[in-house]
Design a protein around this ligand. Structure first.
Ligand code: NAD
Ligand code: USQ
Length: 478
């Protein structure tokens, strides 16, 4: 097979800085505010006190409300007992889950600010990848949202690993909740080579640590809603509980964090995040919800469907594409579905419309000060073989002849295993799931068919091996 991933000397900091020649990247701190006209403008002010940085200050009032019974997002967005809207900082708000969530919360009446360093777009440039769907720049996305709805989303472009930048964003926006999606989220990316492994753990662990310190120093009442992953648990041969397990050992009983058995440097970064968050809840009284999310599928939400400039990204390549999204694109272009190994790998899955709903529920019903909550965020579990069968059947209804191919598994993971993960806490708060039905698969498949001319089939097969990672200095192949 051809070399699909070229090691372009990955060195995130210099690369990001190189990109920073454009004023919209990296260490410049930019807030986009479009409050005066329907076609917004980039509003930059330079502070002479901080050389080489652009800052905008923002006056705002923080409103807090502790709740006993589940609230809807709209109730909380309006401040419940106050007329001021709740402020939500969406870190990673230019990404797949973050963009959909930012629009959803804005639509529900929350005052939203996006914090993002746009590094996900840079990964695409570096690796020669692209979203199935064309995506507008973050500035145009926000302008379009304003022109369609009249709602303003503030924008802070910068790296959360830069504590000075993050501090200014917190001080300026004064969030009531910080939803943290801003991490390197691909397991294969983290397994390409040493530099990507180091980058992933540094970016994710230090970024989260900075968010915790920013909350401690500038927003003590702020509720952290952190995206974790079901993959933190691995695939144990017992039921997976929601975060904690009560164990009796040598006659003594305790409720302890559920054992973690992550299977990539990316998934391991999430484990470390969870430990740091739990510790700061105890030590500093931080209030936090760790959302252990399963694999997300789908593309449209009510808000992203409003205009093509609001379109979300859809990754189908072997590095950032996830199982069901990939299978739909593969079916659309007549590529055999790439089942890795025996295909018995079972995971929790959820529709992106439920991602935004779950985050809204977590925000509307915040953790108490000092509380570290863990919710398992998925709605159904499937094996890879089951997904392939569902896509094959849905494809047949659309006249597609879908084939499946067993691909040697590039990962080190159990291919046949027990899997039964609990996921009741978000349902108790009111989650009404969008289950994977024929109609959804039809619409996802139709979407993939609509954009199939944009598919680069050379990016479909997996190109990163867990065992051979970093073996070759310049290129990596399977
Ligand atoms: P994504 O890569 O599409 O989005 C992440 C965003 O964070 C990007 O826009 C990126 O530019 C930004 N970012 C990364 N590092 C940053 C930094 N240091 N400073 C500022 N911004 C930074 O990922 P996604 O699919 O939207 O996932 C979002 C979160 O949800 C991740 O934490 C991921 O682990 C978690 N998650 C995703 C899935 C899924 O299936 N997509 C499933 C479970 C959990
Ligand atoms: N798989 C295939 N064929 C493919 C792609 C994947 O068989 O073409 C298999 C993988 O081997 C794995 C399973 O499908 O067993 C899921 O893989 P994935 O690529 O869909 O998801 P994963 O790598 O686990 O990561 C994704 C997101 C990550 C998130 C995680 C949730 O990228 O950010 O944390 O889903 S979870 O899987 O619950 O850990």
């Amino acid at each position: 097979m051809a070399n699909l991933v070229t090691n372009c000397g990955f060195s995130p900091s210099p690369a990001v800085k190189a990109h920073c020649n454009s004023p919209s990247y990296g260490h410049n701190f930019i807030r986009l505010q479009n409050s005066k006209s329907s076609t917004s403008s980039l509003n930059l002010k330079s502070s002479s006190k901080r050389s080489n940085k652009l800052y905008v200050t923002c006056a705002s009032t923080s409103v807090q409300g502790q709740t006993q019974t589940p609230l809807t997002g709209s109730q909380q967005a309006s401040g419940h007992s106050s007329s001021k809207p709740k402020k939500v900082m969406v870190i990673g708000g230019d990404g797949y889950c973050g963009w959909a969530t930012a629009l959803h919360l804005s639509n529900k009446g929350y005052e939203v600010a996006i914090v993002d360093n746009l590094v996900r777009r840079l990964f695409d440039h570096q690796l020669g990848l692209d979203s199935l769907t064309p995506i507008a720049s973050i500035q145009n996305r926000i302008r379009r949202w304003k022109s369609l709805t009249g709602k303003t989303i503030q924008l802070f472009i910068g790296d959360i690993c830069d504590f000075e930048f993050l501090s200014e964003a917190f001080k300026s926006f004064e969030p009531d909740s910080a939803v943290h999606f801003g991490e390197q989220r691909s397991a294969p990316f983290s397994m390409i080579d040493r530099s990507r492994a180091v980058y992933t753990q540094n970016n994710n662990v230090i970024g989260t640590l900075n968010v915790l310190f920013a909350m401690k120093e500038f927003s003590e009442e702020c509720h952290l809603v952190k995206l974790g992953t079901m993959g933190e648990y691995g695939t144990p041969n017992i039921d997976i509980e929601e975060g904690f397990l009560t164990i009796t050992h040598n006659g003594r009983t305790d409720t302890l964090p559920y054992p973690k058995q992550a299977s990539s440097f990316y998934h391991l970064s999430k484990v470390h995040d969870s430990h740091n968050i739990a510790f700061t809840c105890k030590a500093w009284g931080i209030r936090a919800t760790d959302l252990n999310q399963g694999v997300v599928y789908g593309i449209r939400t009510d808000e992203t469907a409003m205009h093509e400039e609001l379109s979300n990204r859809l990754d189908y390549d072997g590095i950032f594409g996830t199982a069901l999204n990939r299978f739909c694109v593969q079916a659309a272009v007549g590529h055999p579905l790439t089942v890795y190994g025996k295909g018995g790998q079972t995971r929790g899955y959820l529709d992106i419309r439920d991602t935004v709903q779950c985050v809204e529920l977590a925000i509307a019903n915040p953790a108490k000060p000092g509380e570290f909550r863990v919710f398992n965020q998925f709605t159904e579990q499937f094996s890879v073989n089951e997904l392939a069968k569902l896509v094959t059947a849905a494809g047949a209804k659309l006249g597609l002849d879908v084939q499946t191919k067993s691909v040697p598994n590039p990962r080190v993971e159990a291919e046949e295993h027990y899997y039964n993960a609990k996921h009741s806490k978000l349902s108790e708060l009111g989650l009404v799931p969008h289950l994977l039905s024929d109609s959804l698969l039809d619409s996802l498949l139709n979407f993939a068919v609509q954009y199939k001319d944009r598919v680069d089939t050379a990016q479909i097969m997996p190109s990163v091996s867990w065992k051979k990672m970093g073996a070759k200095p310049k290129t990596i192949s399977v």
